[in-house]
Design a protein around this ligand. Structure first.
Ligand SMILES: *[C@@H]1O[C@H](CO)[C@@H](O)[C@H](O)[C@H]1NC(C)=O
Ligand SMILES: *[C@@H]1O[C@H](CO)[C@@H](O)[C@H](O)[C@H]1NC(C)=O
Ligand SMILES: *[C@@H]1O[C@H](CO)[C@@H](O)[C@H](O)[C@H]1NC(C)=O
Ligand SMILES: *[C@@H]1O[C@H](CO)[C@@H](O)[C@H](O)[C@H]1NC(C)=O
Ligand SMILES: *[C@@H]1O[C@H](CO)[C@@H](O)[C@H](O)[C@H]1NC(C)=O
Ligand SMILES: *[C@@H]1O[C@H](CO)[C@@H](O)[C@H](O)[C@H]1NC(C)=O
Ligand SMILES: *[C@@H]1O[C@H](CO)[C@@H](O)[C@H](O)[C@H]1NC(C)=O
Ligand SMILES: *[C@@H]1O[C@H](CO)[C@@H](O)[C@H](O)[C@H]1NC(C)=O
Ligand SMILES: *[C@@H]1O[C@H](CO)[C@@H](O)[C@H](O)[C@H]1NC(C)=O
Ligand SMILES: *[C@@H]1O[C@H](CO)[C@@H](O)[C@H](O)[C@H]1NC(C)=O
Length: 407
């Protein structure tokens, strides 16, 4: 055996041992009756596990009250069945956050997120628990368009799994991923009050800007903003501009929400290789929505939608708008004057829909491009969304619906 081989086995044993260690939050002083805040105890358990190169931070059966806390690398937050972790609603618990990053730059947020992670790897949050963000006082005190704290916030992180937890009453975005890579969201449910007005309370279910290799499966979202929002426009000095790419959203159920799956309107860095399949949408404002506008720039391409049932959609079933300006009014005939193409002209092309069924109140299919850059190559097969409004196409090129090119 070579020296490298011996070292390899040694490392494997150490990491197996490390990952098996359990840090019971009650052993660090957490109150499982939910009376006293356990913020310090939870933080101590995470920090101890982290000092030991990782481990399982376990919440045994009971109820817990907490302020915000920070996750570290190699930590599994393991919740026993029926645990309730409720967050305090006092804004003083969630001060403005300025995080000094290892590269000397800082990253700031107006409020500390409930659960946050900066530059971590190998994090798991798991268990059939209720995580309650106690959002109601926040929505009331700071109505839109005010910012509020995010629930689960990951910045520049890698290899993250969130499994089986039920997220309730988030002050703002439920799960936000920034420059985050290889994320699995599985079996989770997200529920907040619906809001059919724009701007809503910003309670996006899953918000990514940007992220790569995001896999969402067997998830239920019922919320007051987009169920899933995919964007790509942040330009960080170190990270540069990343496209949002290699995304798979499947076997999921979206109820109330602005868009069931929305792409854009922040498209500057581009979005590509996104698949949404085997999903049911029931009662969202729009079903599948791609939106952008002049000034944003970016290429949106290779987007695949397959086997989607969309029921009771309140606006358009399938919509692509390169003329989105933040409101719905006048969407049919916006930006009528041609302008020359430049770096800030967005481009949407090569979008595929197969096996899309259901019904919508406004157009089943609505596509509006820019005069200087039409929406190009949209192919719909086995497309059967019913609407009294029919379809609306303007400034488009090469649109094929059930085998027939639209002229
Ligand atoms: C965790 O702590 C609780 C309460 O002290 C105890 O009942 C339970 O057995 C502990 N579990 C483990 C795995 O140590
Ligand atoms: C809650 O806090 C009070 C006051 O610090 C303390 O006396 C009590 O033991 C705590 N209860 C639990 C269950 O931790
Ligand atoms: C995380 O675990 C990996 C593999 O076990 C180890 O190489 C790494 O040093 C750990 N990172 C931290 C920050 O503990
Ligand atoms: C991802 O994280 C999980 C849980 O910590 C770990 O078991 C797995 O080895 C990690 N995968 C990679 C590729 O680092
Ligand atoms: C989907 O997630 C729910 C809730 O966690 C779970 O009970 C169910 O077994 C999962 N279904 C599949 C097919 O994984
Ligand atoms: C597209 O994304 C999937 C993940 O959904 C990934 O497995 C695949 O490799 C990606 N394709 C390309 C060409 O990068
Ligand atoms: C289509 O999606 C539905 C709803 O998620 C699912 O039940 C069904 O199995 C899917 N069909 C195929 C052929 O995958
Ligand atoms: C859709 O929602 C309606 C109204 O909430 C409900 O009656 C119906 O059962 C739902 N259908 C599906 C397939 O989820
Ligand atoms: C969006 O466009 C509509 C008409 O097309 C206009 O009435 C509205 O003022 C525009 N809104 C913004 C924010 O530019
Ligand atoms: C299509 O859009 C152009 C401008 O891009 C506008 O002049 C025209 O009125 C629109 N057509 C319809 C039918 O709305």
């Amino acid at each position: 055996m070579t020296l490298g081989g011996i070292a390899g086995i040694f490392l494997a044993v150490v990491s197996l041992t490390a990952s098996a260690t359990v840090y019971n939050v009650t052993d660090f002083g957490a109150d499982s009756t939910g009376k006293n805040a356990s913020t310090t105890a939870i933080t101590k358990a995470i920090d101890k596990a982290s000092e030991d190169y990782g481990g399982v931070v376990r919440f045994t059966k009971g109820q817990y009250l907490s302020g915000p806390f920070e996750l570290k690398s190699n930590i599994t937050l393991q919740f026993d069945d029926d645990v309730v972790l409720k967050f305090l609603d006092d804004p003083k618990e969630y001060p403005p956050l300025t995080k000094l990053l290892p590269n000397g730059l800082t990253f700031s947020l107006p409020y500390t997120p409930l659960i946050r992670a900066f530059i971590v790897r190998n994090v798991v949050i798991r268990g059939k628990a209720i995580l309650d963000g106690n959002g109601a006082p926040w929505w009331k005190r700071l109505p839109p368009p005010n910012a509020r704290p995010q629930f689960l916030f990951f910045y520049q992180s890698y290899n993250i799994t969130v499994e089986d937890v039920a997220i309730r009453n988030s002050p703002m975005y439920n799960i936000q991923l920034i420059y985050t890579d290889h994320v699995l969201l599985k079996g989770i449910s997200i529920k907040n009050p619906p809001s059919y007005v724009d701007p809503g309370p910003n309670t996006d279910g899953i918000n990514c800007n940007p992220c790569r290799y995001l896999h969402v499966t067997n998830v239920t979202v019922d919320t007051g903003d987009d169920c899933v929002a995919l964007d790509a426009d942040l330009g960080d000095k170190l990270m540069g501009r990343w496209p949002t790419e290699h995304i798979l959203i499947e076997n999921s159920h979206m109820f109330a929400g602005h868009g069931a799956v929305s792409i854009g309107s922040a498209t500057t860095a581009g979005l590509r290789n996104i698949t949404v399949r085997n999903c049911i949408f029931n009662g969202t404002d729009r079903g599948l929505y791609i939106k952008t506008r002049r000034g944003r720039g970016g290429l949106v391409e290779d987007i695949h939608y397959h086997n989607i049932t969309m029921l009771n959609i309140r606006k358009e079933g399938v919509a692509i708008a390169a003329v989105y300006n933040g409101t719905d009014e006048g969407m049919h005939e916006r930006n009528i004057h041609w302008v020359p193409i430049d770096d800030t002209t967005p481009f949407i092309r090569n979008i595929r829909y197969r096996g899309i069924r259901g019904n919508s109140k406004l157009e089943s299919l609505f596509i509006v491009g820019l005069p200087e850059r039409q929406v190009l190559d949209v192919i719909l097969d086995d497309f059967h969304v019913q609407s009294e409004k029919g379809i609306f196409l303007n400034q488009t090129q090469h649109i094929i619906i059930n085998g027939k090119e639209q002229l």
